[in-house]
Design a protein around this ligand. Structure first.
Ligand SMILES: [Zn+2]
Length: 325
């Protein structure tokens, strides 16, 4: 009997691995159990492009007694088909809730696949995030991602699957015995962010306030100073943050506190220090860019640093200027 069970398990594991989601030129992708009842499928650590089709975030799943709870399902309807299949390999249980960490479409446009499969699913996001995506952010991000992926956003809109349940700072959401605490810092990666604490497993999902191995946009609604403060609060267990077993970034590998948070925190600090120095010396941000790049030797292997750092430096410079007014 035992031998038969083992054999069946092996055959199942083998057939599942055969069917793992393969992206040509990048590799295979599947959910890995990272902590107790928590699974993450770490996406390609790169900018959205034709190769990854717009899949580069970290969809996560929390398994409860009667269902699955998904955090940031993914970047569009086309990649969402495979992400949904991978979610369903974790368990045949239905998806009973979804959380969206912020307004950028690479994290939530695949809500649509899950709504199709589970029409009653509750999708939580910050109330203000829902207002923003409905007003203009969804269309804006559709266009950006559609251009970068060579048209792979087709099917994600008309209509978009907007989050349908607003939450706010410090709200506690209970789903089937699993407890989630919402934390909304006024301004960090965007002004619509939720950091989500999963109490049962002691996991903190930081959304794009944390990245590792690649950078993201600091758009007009973001703040480098704010993002630095968020990561410092998490590290120092201030502002309600506690000790967690696992820290999950919006992009890049999950891990323990310092190995996961320090690199991005130090990157932002180096960029802001460069902006402050330039401003104090009546220099424009581009004039100090070579010096800042020199101070960022540890980050030269991160994806697209050439394309990203100058923009971040310019944004930091404008924040320094705004603080001086
Ligand atoms: Zn983002």
């Amino acid at each position: 009997m035992k031998k038969i069970t083992l054999l069946i398990t092996l055959v199942m594991a083998f057939s599942l691995s055969l069917n793992a989601w393969k992206i040509d030129g990048l590799g295979t992708y599947k959910f890995e159990k990272v902590n107790q009842n928590v699974w993450v499928m770490h996406g390609p650590v790169m900018m959205p492009n034709k190769l990854n089709g717009g899949f580069m975030n970290n969809p996560a799943v929390v398994e409860s007694e009667n269902g699955l709870i998904v955090i940031d399902p993914g970047g569009n309807y086309n990649v969402g088909k495979d992400i949904l299949k991978e979610v369903q390999k974790i368990s045949p249980k239905p998806v009973i809730a979804i959380f969206n960490t912020h307004k950028h479409g690479d994290h939530w446009f695949a809500n649509k696949n899950f709504v199709e499969a589970y029409p009653d699913v509750k999708i939580y996001a910050l109330t203000y995030m829902i207002e923003q995506v409905k007003e203009s952010a969804a269309d804006l991000w559709y266009d950006i991602l559609n251009r970068l992926t060579g048209g792979n956003l087709v099917g994600s809109n008309n209509p978009f699957a907007f989050p349908n349940t607003g939450v706010d700072h410090k709200e506690i959401v209970e789903v089937d015995g699993q407890t989630f605490i919402m934390r909304h810092p006024a301004r960090g990666h965007t002004d619509t962010d939720l950091l989500i604490e999963h109490v049962n497993s002691k996991t903190l999902f930081l959304g794009d306030n944390l990245m590792k191995g690649r950078f993201g946009a600091f758009d007009f609604s973001s703040s480098l100073y704010g993002n630095i403060e968020i990561l410092e609060n998490v590290i120092n267990k201030k502002d309600g943050y506690g000790e967690y077993n696992l820290y999950v970034p919006g992009h890049g590998p999950s891990g323990a506190l310092h190995e996961t948070l320090d690199p991005f925190l130090n990157y932002m600090k180096i960029v802001v220090a460069g902006a402050e120095k330039a401003y104090a010396n009546d220099m424009e941000s581009y004039e100090i860019k070579p010096e800042v790049m020199d101070n960022l030797k540890d980050y030269h292997s991160w994806d697209d640093i050439e394309g990203q750092m100058g923009k971040h430096l310019m944004k930091a410079w404008s924040e320094v200027e705004a603080r001086d007014e």
